[in-house]
Design a protein. Structure first.
Length: 386
């Protein structure tokens, strides 16, 4: 069992907290040390496997702050609990890598970091949309290779998205934010597919449509698709913002890709396994006018064979939350979750957006509460009452 190199901060403190990667900023570290935590931070960029994490935990650890890329299985959580662990706090809003049911059975709270990724991730999806539609990376490669010999009428023609149809799969926080950016910014009609009706989003688009009409412009529209194929058939852009579950794995495969327009743009800044990557490669090869923008991958960090060679694919390395404000905020929330559980503090009301977790992100001392514990209700943890 290989022991990762650990940087130790505040060595004489009471609580032992393992952090599996260096995190942005320093506020998170100040919160932990002020709460009496000895903080041991794994060095290096390699993803830690179960053996390395167990070696870091050793015979005793009070808490672990870990990553979405790590395998937080039932066996690993059981070992953490047996070592005295009182919380696993994840540096991410998603937690499909964590066996939350097993953690709950062990009485182990699982923390996450909602409320700070919404607009950041939605902006990245917008960037991928236009990079793919307007063939920006192809132009960049042409310039760097010295291939630009002068303007031509038919050079790198892309797609105009203004007043086209936008399809959004998953209209939760990030999907709704992306929808608002695209509808309001580019006057696109919206079709969304979700298990729940998003009344707030529909009202927003209706209000914006009324605003346009009051300014003598054609309105935009919004409706919920009755099925996925309905959306895929209509949309000029399809952006995926669904959660990854056994039911949504390969939500987009060969049949779904065949239903889309040959010139559509497909964007995924959610979870890689939502798309059958091998089928996507074949579809892009057969349809050069089809374009895709990807931030996540089915077997991340690996890509399906052939994906990297596609000229009609824009590929970035999981940058959805990669802004300084967001990543530092995530680190603060992850640390605050650990501190609160170790100190016996209650859980903050459920966070839906940045306004909900704002008290933890400013310069003042944060509330004595855990910002977000995903299994708080199942564990019967007390809620913050002010």
């Amino acid at each position: 069992m290989s022991q990762p190199d650990l940087r130790i901060v505040n060595p004489a403190a009471t609580f032992r907290v393992i952090v599996t990667k260096e995190l942005p900023g320093d506020r998170w570290l100040r919160l932990l040390t002020a709460a009496g935590c000895r903080v041991e931070i794994a060095q290096g960029t390699d993803v830690l496997g179960e053996a390395e994490i167990l070696a870091a935990v050793g015979d005793h650890a009070d808490a672990v702050i870990g990553q979405l890329t790590e395998p937080w299985t039932a066996s690993l959580l059981e070992r953490l609990s047996a070592a005295g662990g009182r919380i696993y706090s994840q540096f991410a809003v998603g937690y499909d890598n964590v066996d939350v049911e097993a953690a709950t059975q062990l009485g182990l709270p699982v923390g996450n970091t909602p409320g700070v990724l919404t607009e950041t991730t939605a902006e990245l999806a917008v960037a991928l949309t236009f990079s793919a539609a307007r063939r920006v990376p192809e132009g960049d490669r042409m310039m760097r290779a010295g291939g630009y010999d002068g303007w031509l009428p038919d050079m790198l023609l892309g797609a105009l998205l203004h007043r086209r149809t936008l399809g959004v799969i998953g209209a939760g926080r990030i999907g709704a934010a992306y929808s608002r950016m695209m509808v309001e910014g580019h006057k696109m009609d919206l079709v969304y597919y979700d298990v729940r009706v998003n009344d707030e989003l529909e009202r927003y688009v209706a209000d914006y449509a009324a605003f346009l009409e009051n300014h003598d412009e054609a309105p935009v529209s919004c409706r919920r698709a009755t099925n996925l194929n309905d959306l895929l058939h209509l949309a000029d852009v399809v952006s995926i913002h669904a959660a990854l579950t056994p039911e949504t794995r390969h939500l987009i495969g060969a049949p779904e890709l065949a239903t889309m327009k040959d010139t559509a743009v497909l964007v995924n800044a959610s979870r890689g396994p939502l798309i059958d990557e091998a089928a996507l490669v074949e579809h892009c090869r057969a349809n050069p006018g089809f374009r895709v923008g990807m931030d996540v991958y089915e077997r991340e960090p690996e890509m399906a064979p052939g994906l990297a060679e596609l000229e009609n694919a824009v590929l970035v390395p999981h940058l959805g939350s990669a802004t300084t404000w967001t990543r530092e905020g995530m680190a603060t929330l992850a640390a605050a979750n650990a501190v609160a559980i170790l100190r016996g503090w209650p859980v903050w009301p459920a966070a839906a957006d940045a306004g909900d977790v704002a008290p933890f992100l400013g310069g003042a001392e944060p509330p004595r509460a855990a910002p977000s514990i995903v299994n708080a209700a199942e564990l019967g943890l007390a809620r913050w009452s002010g």
